[in-house]
Design a protein around this ligand. Structure first.
Ligand code: SF4
Length: 417
């Protein structure tokens, strides 16, 4: 029996993503039509009932975020969709935009309705530069939605006004951070802002702004229309389904929708077909480059917020990257350190200088010159970055290094003489 499900992805390969008629025929915009008969508080309660947590990585309660939006009164608001998806190994939002762009737009319109700006609200879909081929598709979907009265002035007679546009990223990982994303949208360098003020008060163009990612917005119309199927999946504490992207050493890499609660082993072997090298699995990295790694001994851990939390791992971006026993921790550290050093925006010292030090230490490891004192320096540096970095990039980067040291300590220490 298939271990994948088809709720968020139900339109994939069945509904032409370039045709609003096909989307409507498949029940599209029924969620929005129902939403405008409800009070914003009722919609928030619906999201709360499903305990929908942001699917971009931070797992912040969507209901709480939308509740803030209701409480901040302003005539014009910002509605942002984070489609930057820069985590290595993460490409599930790309599939959602490719196969279901109208679902994302519908979720954003419901968000704008809940937020309640009475004048022309500014909605932006920030798509990572590498997804250039999707920009046209999403612009086409926006145009069709405008022509049918789902965007523009007085949407469906509600008095709601939305101008929606696509914005291209410029290839910076840090722009996945919400305030850096807004800076970049406004044409500035993509660096995180000092908070407070929070984005729900002062966001895009200084407007109160509601920001969610692609998958989160895609789920909203499904829940509003009829949440019964979505809620029939998952666990008590992780309701529903999750889009994941599986890559690395597997026979069938790709994007899959899974019910929360199936194990990492089921994803690797039953869904992704096992390791393409036919060698023993060494570890799986969950949640992107800054996600912790899980050794083979923990493969029976359920993929759920509570299941992964028990072993100190977060669901994160939904990336599942598989490595076999031919991958050394030295190569792993090398690729991590160079990636983060390249992507650090340089705004704060712990991350900027910490990454330079990590690259140096990995260089010593590679040349066989690293000492026990360098190992202590590495661990100190990771602790400092975790505690003192300005944004999530520097704060979460130590997780994979520390998990590698925890699970493969003998191998890692072997690189320090
Ligand atoms: S932690 Fe600091 S240097 Fe690193 S990306 Fe964030 S703001 Fe920039």
């Amino acid at each position: 029996m298939s271990k994948t499900v088809s709720v968020i992805s139900k339109n994939f390969y069945k509904v032409n993503p370039d045709s609003i008629d096909e989307y409507i025929a498949a029940g599209g915009f029924e969620g929005l039509k129902k939403a405008i008969t409800m009070k914003p508080e009722e919609i928030i309660e619906l999201l709360n009932k499903s305990d929908l947590q942001g699917r971009g990585g931070a797992a912040f309660s969507v209901a709480t975020k939308w509740n803030h939006a209701v409480r901040v009164s302003a005539p014009v608001k910002g509605i942002m969709c984070n489609a930057d998806e820069g985590e290595p190994g993460t490409f599930k939002d790309r599939s959602l935009l490719e196969h279901n762009p109208f679902g994302v737009i519908e979720g954003m319109i419901i968000g704008a309705y809940v937020g309640g700006g009475s004048q022309m609200n500014h909605a932006r879909i920030y798509i990572r530069e590498e997804y250039t081929y999707l920009h046209g598709r999403v612009r086409n979907a926006i145009k069709q939605a405008e022509e049918r009265g789902f965007l523009g002035n007085d949407i469906l007679g509600t008095g709601l006004n939305i101008e929606m546009k696509v914005v291209s990223g410029a290839g910076a990982y840090v722009c996945g951070e919400s305030s850096a994303l807004l800076e970049s949208t406004e044409g500035k360098a993509g660096r995180p802002r000092i908070k407070p003020p929070r984005l729900n008060n002062v966001g895009l163009y200084n407007l109160p702004t509601l920001l969610n990612n692609v998958e989160s917005y895609s789920i909203v119309p499904i829940l509003v229309r009829d949440d019964s199927e979505y809620r029939s999946y998952g666990t008590e504490k992780s309701i529903g389904t999750k889009m994941i992207s599986v890559s690395g050493n597997v026979k069938k890499p790709g994007v899959y929708e899974i019910p929360f609660g199936i194990t990492i082993r089921e994803v690797v072997y039953d869904i992704a077909g096992g390791l393409s090298s036919e060698r023993p699995l060494k570890f799986v990295q969950i949640g992107g480059a800054s996600g912790a790694i899980v050794p083979a001994s923990q493969l029976d851990t359920p993929i759920s917020y509570e299941g992964l939390c028990e072993i100190g791992v977060a669901v994160g971006s939904g990336a599942v990257v598989v490595a076999d026993d031919s991958n050394s921790m030295l190569d792993y550290f090398d690729s991590l350190a160079h990636f983060f050093a390249e992507e650090s925006c340089g705004k704060c010292t712990p991350c900027r200088e910490g990454n330079r030090q990590l690259v140096k230490i990995v260089g010593l490891m590679k040349s066989g010159k690293a000492t026990a004192a360098d190992f202590d320096r590495l661990v100190d540096m990771l602790g400092l970055m975790k505690g003192a970095s300005f944004c999530g990039l520097g704060k979460t980067e130590p997780a994979p290094f520390l998990a590698a040291i925890k699970h493969f300590e003998d191998e890692v220490r072997g690189y320090f003489k």
